[in-house]
Ligand binder design. Structure first.
Ligand SMILES: *Cc1c(COP(=O)(O)O)cnc(C)c1O
Length: 363
């Protein structure tokens, strides 16, 4: 297993931030999520610096669906990041943590009436509007609260990212956002401009997740800036902000070969400069929304092994005390992880076994 940040091996055991796995389990029980705070902070700083948040007013918004607790909200805020939420529950967590609400982006393809109202009432910075129903509802509710709500429009730029079918979100046939088909986008823009209680300040796209290539991001920049240009030409409305989403790939196993944060960031920034110059438009304030690439490598889940069952000549099952309840990804879309025996980390295991959870399914 690859060791990240504050993980190290001592006395044949995995230590995280100087604490032994056995001590963690003895104190808190298992399954247990353990987060490396120092690595989280370093990763946030790395994004903040490489995406030129200070110099260019750009923003890094942590996509909270990757892992969100009140403590996580506080840490994200301390590092100067913004926050993406996709549900009333996440919004409430951020609110309870004292996260600055004007630095929240509210996403989702089917925000309920209650969620929209909560967002308006609490004063979230930006609603990323996904469809016309939401736009009309948001306009009404904003009017009731006597507010003019900043919005971005979520667009599907029609870019194929090479990743699992279930985490592709930038293609035209998607449940998310407005598609570049017929006049769908321009009509949505015009309606947004006409909504008195909405203020269209940006465009958004998120092309998918666990993306290892740079090219799809450069393509997205090109397409999205093209939209900004044609909106200006057709309506005279200037869009001052552009959000390019997240999805930067990370290492789970040695088959994954992610790029460095600085490579993704500089490619995006350079491409934006180049295309803005070509199209003769002003450079918008940029946002990216990394989720897993901020928390993934900083997190370890510790389990305790219980039943071990050998079916002679068939397979040996080693069962842990968790399952799809604490990590749904392997069962949902065949995601792969590295594992190790944390309290006997140097022992050689020369048998092939199946690690199983304890839920009533065989995923
Ligand atoms: C999931 C998601 C992200 C983050 O994706 P990661 O792969 O975790 O970086 C960003 N923006 C939106 C809208 C998302 O749904």
């Amino acid at each position: 297993m690859k060791l990240f940040g504050a993980m190290e091996v001592k006395d044949n055991e995995l230590f995280i931030g100087g604490v032994s796995s056995t001590d963690l389990i003895n104190k808190f029980g298992s399954p247990l999520y353990v987060m490396d705070e120092k690595l989280l902070i370093d990763t946030c700083k790395n994004y903040y610096k490489n995406f030129k948040c200070l110099e260019n007013n750009n923003r890094v918004a942590y996509a909270g669906k990757a892992f969100l607790t009140k403590e996580m909200c506080r840490l994200i805020d301390e590092q100067g990041l913004y926050l993406d939420v996709v549900s009333g529950g996440e919004l409430y967590t951020a609110y309870k943590a004292g996260f600055p609400l004007e630095k929240i982006y509210f996403h989702g393809n089917n925000k309920s009436v209650n969620e929209v109202e909560l967002g308006v009432k609490l004063g979230v910075g930006v609603f990323v509007v996904d469809n016309l129903d939401e736009m009309k509802r948001l306009n009404e509710i904003s009017k009731r609260y006597n507010k003019r709500q900043n919005i971005y429009l979520r667009l599907t730029p029609g870019i194929e990212a090479h990743t699992h079918q279930y985490i592709k979100t930038g293609q035209i046939d998607s449940k998310f956002g407005f598609a570049p088909v017929g006049e769908i986008i321009m009509n949505a823009v015009k309606l947004a401009i006409d909504c008195e209680n909405l203020n269209l300040t940006g465009l958004h796209c998120h092309i998918g997740s666990q993306i290892f290539e740079i090219q799809p991001y450069e393509d997205a920049v090109e397409v999205m800036l093209g939209f900004i240009k044609s909106i200006k030409e057709e309506t005279g409305h200037i869009i001052p902000e552009l959000d390019l989403g997240g999805g930067f790939g990370i290492h789970y196993t040695d088959d994954d070969k992610p790029k460095e944060t600085k490579d993704y960031c500089s490619a995006i920034l350079n491409k934006v400069d180049e295309v803005c110059e070509k199209l003769n438009i002003q450079r918008p304030i940029l946002t990216i929304e990394p989720g897993r690439s901020i928390v993934g490598n900083a997190g370890v889940t510790l389990y305790t092994i219980g039943a071990i069952k050998e079916i002679e000549g068939v397979r040996t099952y080693v069962s842990v005390d968790g399952g799809m309840t604490d990590n749904i990804r392997p069962a949902l879309y065949g995601a792969k992880y590295d594992m190790t025996i944390a309290n006997k980390i140097n022992n050689k295991c020369n048998e092939r076994v199946a690690i199983a959870g304890k839920c009533c399914e065989s995923g």
